[in-house]
Design a protein around this ligand. Structure first.
Ligand code: GUN
Length: 282
């Protein structure tokens, strides 16, 4: 028998906790504020940014949205980030990725002040995560860890396999699982024997961006399956990286798409905004 881990349920719990913290901050005349920058008209990014705004409203966090045209120049974007860095009423800055190709993503991410970097993408924050001493954690991996804690899934000594090596999910995910004493393997497009490696996993985190990439023959009986994929199919439906219907029969726990990891990413962003606010209030 498998259990579905509801990201909706766990994220509600996190957001209620955040809303409570916001009330306390406001009672001390501190109003948390998150600025979100979106460049261009990628429909998926638009949906994410709308969901972030809604979550801010739920938690009582002030949100600023900067929607810039796809033709925005590097200088214009740099000027906006610099302005937000200087603005004392802004606690968190998030630049939605991917940026249009003509913009230099690395320069922009490195420009966001580490104490306002609620994505934890700045090299200084990445370094802190590597050492295991951090203020912020990247939203998706931290949201996944929160789900595992909520379900009391202990990672100590477990074989965890992360499929995907992105800076946003794969690499930091591996670090967080390692911190919990798991034995972690990162697989990617050049991995040989991927099937055999995944088949040995007690916990699988799929972050490849390919629909139904993880199939039931790769899954060990009783494995915990975390699906980070959000793939839009031709019929408009969302589909994860895991073949949910087949894999669930072998899993002990599994996350759905939608309603799994996605809402957790946003809940963690809310938490990170509060953390940033508290750091800046000191
Ligand atoms: N694009 C996809 N995921 C993310 C994320 O966590 N943060 C930002 N800034 N952009 C993203």
């Amino acid at each position: 028998m498998y259990k579905i881990i509801s990201g909706k349920e766990v994220s509600e719990a996190v957001k209620l906790r955040v809303a409570d913290e916001v009330k306390q901050l406001k009672a001390n005349s501190i109003e948390p504020c998150l600025a979100v920058i979106l460049v261009g008209d990628d429909p998926a990014s638009r949906v994410y940014v709308n969901n972030k705004k809604k979550a801010c409203e739920f938690c009582g966090i002030r949100s600023l949205e900067y929607v810039l045209p796809a033709e925005t120049t590097q200088d214009e974007l740099v000027a906006l980030v610099e302005k937000l860095n200087e603005d004392k009423t802004v606690n968190g800055i998030l630049c939605q990725l991917p940026l249009p190709k003509h913009l230099d993503e690395k320069t922009i991410l490195n420009l966001i002040r580490p104490e306002k970097d609620v994505d934890a993408f700045h090299p200084e924050n990445v370094g802190h995560i590597m050492i295991g001493d951090f203020n912020f954690l990247p939203c998706t991996p931290a949201g996944i860890m929160e789900m595992l804690r909520y379900e009391k899934i202990d990672l100590d000594g477990k074989n965890c396999v992360v499929i995907g090596r992105s800076n946003i999910v794969g690499k930091p995910m591996a670090m967080l699982m390692l911190k919990e004493n798991a034995t972690v393997t990162i697989c990617h497009s050049r991995t040989k024997n991927l099937k055999e490696i995944v088949a040995g996993a007690d916990v699988i985190v799929a972050a490849v961006g390919r629909p139904n990439f993880v199939t039931a023959d790769m899954v060990k009986e009783g494995a915990v399956i975390i699906d980070v994929g959000i793939n839009r199919m031709d019929d408009g439906k969302l589909c994860g990286d895991v073949d949910f219907d087949a894999c669930k029969e072998k899993a002990s726990y599994i996350t759905p798409v939608p309603g799994g990891v996605g809402p957790m990413t946003i809940a963690t962003l809310m938490q990170n905004t509060i953390t940033a606010t508290k750091i800046q209030a000191k």
